[in-house]
Design a protein around this ligand. Structure first.
Ligand SMILES: Nc1ncnc2c1ncn2[C@@H]1O[C@H](COP(=O)(O)OP(=O)(O)OP(=O)(O)O)[C@@H](O)[C@H]1O
Length: 226
């Protein structure tokens, strides 16, 4: 069953009077419960594509459908709500809030969605244990290694039971060993939880975990070799 559909998605930026087409009528269908890797050179439009899928940014033309919902027809407020409830984000630089503990960072998506109830807290505890950081609730991010911070970020991305997890270079700031562990964890947890994962990466090792590899090139999305 199709989970995500992009139809004729286009986006251009104008800078210094020059127009630059980043996405040129991109079409894509993605099956439910799958892991998709997006490869492509720096500046090819990978982050722009993620931003259109999550509704952070809006397209110039074309449509984004997620589970039958046409994102491109929603108001700004509806898109914000969609993003908060349905998307989990993982970033290259972890993006934990330094003044909050591990537990407060982890449960932020629950608090923002009014789901800080017994079931939500139990899920947070379970995820923290699954990423190997049970017992570190009271620790602040600066006391954790990069790999540990990213593990908290993975748990945070799943804690509110989102439809879709978007990971932008999740191993980009980690050494090979930690990067490998992070991909193992991300792969296992998203599949066990039946989630859809979109992974932007320069790493072929990371992309090898995906069911499907796509490459952004000159405004188009092409199937990439395994
Ligand atoms: N807000 C903006 N205003 C103007 N140009 C932008 C804006 N956002 C992105 N761009 C341009 O669009 C192009 C695509 O950027 P994008 O960040 O999507 O690329 P990327 O493939 O994710 O790159 P990287 O791998 O380096 O992160 C780049 O040339 C960038 O300079």
């Amino acid at each position: 069953m199709t989970f995500l559909r992009l139809e004729g998605l286009s986006k251009a930026y104008t800078e210094g009077g020059k127009r630059r087409v980043v996405l040129n009528a991109v079409n894509l269908s993605v099956e439910r419960s799958s892991l998709t890797a997006i490869l492509g050179k720096s500046g090819s439009g990978k982050t722009t594509l993620l931003n259109l899928i999550s509704g952070i940014d809006t397209a110039d033309s074309g449509q984004v459908w997620v589970e039958g919902l046409e994102l491109t027809r929603l108001s700004d407020q509806e898109r914000t709500l969609f993003r908060r409830e349905k998307i989990g984000f993982i970033f290259q630089f972890f993006n934990l809030i330094p003044t909050l503990t591990v537990w407060e960072n982890l449960t932020l998506p629950l608090a923002l969605n009014g789901r800080m109830n017994a079931a939500g807290k139990a899920r947070a505890e379970q995820l923290l244990a699954e990423v190997g950081l049970g017992g570190r609730q009271a620790t602040y991010p600066d006391r954790l290694s990069g790999g540990e911070q990213q593990r908290v970020a993975i748990a945070r991305a799943l804690v509110h039971d989102p439809l879709l997890v978007l990971a932008d270079e999740p191993t980009g700031n980690l050494d090979e060993d930690s990067g490998g562990q992070i991909m193992e964890l991300l792969n296992r947890l998203t599949r066990e939880n039946g989630k859809n994962l979109f992974l932007v990466t320069h790493s072929l090792e990371a992309a090898a975990y995906a069911d499907r590899r796509l490459r952004m090139h000159e405004g188009h999305l092409e199937e990439a070799a395994a």
